[in-house]
Design a protein around this ligand. Structure first.
Ligand code: MG
Ligand code: ZN
Length: 179
């Protein structure tokens, strides 16, 4: 059984542009690529899980979302970083789907596909819904203070295992605490 880090996309890996709908507008946070390369070097799989209700709301099409994700993956590839997969939920909260975080759809699908032991996995995100997502799946959880992170910290009802200022800091904590 393998382990993976599950990364939220907006506000965690890339700058949170409100309902990002332009593939050219992706900005990966500073230090994220080298940090993730270190993690991969230690055998971690890297998976992105993102709620994209902008699709259901009509702000962007599935084709545009696919293009954004292809661009993001190619930015990583150009830097010799492999991301295993980007899973997304395109639904509206009112759809009550199984895949919208903090529901378990994406975690379970990824765990099955990549043979992951969720207890050895870590979720990193900037919102309480990311922390709940990890708790629901029995992963470890890290809140980052980028994106909506500072606001989220002020109203947390569920405590993460760790709070890190940025994703590279979260990765450093993971590397220091791995068994
Ligand atoms: Mg986010
Ligand atoms: Zn969904």
């Amino acid at each position: 059984m393998d382990r993976a880090v599950f990364l939220d996309r907006d506000g965690t890996v890339i700058k949170d542009a409100h309902y990002l709908s332009h593939p050219g507008k992706i900005q990966i946070y500073k230090g994220v690529i080298p940090a993730l390369k270190k993690l991969r070097g230690k055998g971690w799989k890297i998976i992105i899980g993102t709620n994209q209700s902008g699709v259901a709301r009509g702000y962007l099409s599935l084709e545009t979302l696919a293009e954004i994700h292809e661009n993001l993956l190619s930015l990583f590839r150009k830097n010799d970083l492999k991301i295993d997969e980007i899973f997304f939920c395109p639904h509206h909260p009112k759809d009550r789907c199984h895949c919208r975080k903090p529901n378990l759809g994406i975690l379970l699908k990824a765990a099955h596909k990549y043979r992951l032991d969720l207890k050895k996995c870590v979720v990193v995100g900037d919102k309480e819904s990311d922390i709940l997502w990890g708790k629901n799946g029995k992963t470890k959880t890290i809140l980052v203070l980028t994106g909506k992170g500072k606001k989220s910290r002020a109203h947390l009802k569920t405590q993460p295992d760790h709070i890190a200022s940025t994703l590279p800091h979260a990765v450093q904590w993971m590397l220091n605490h791995e068994s």
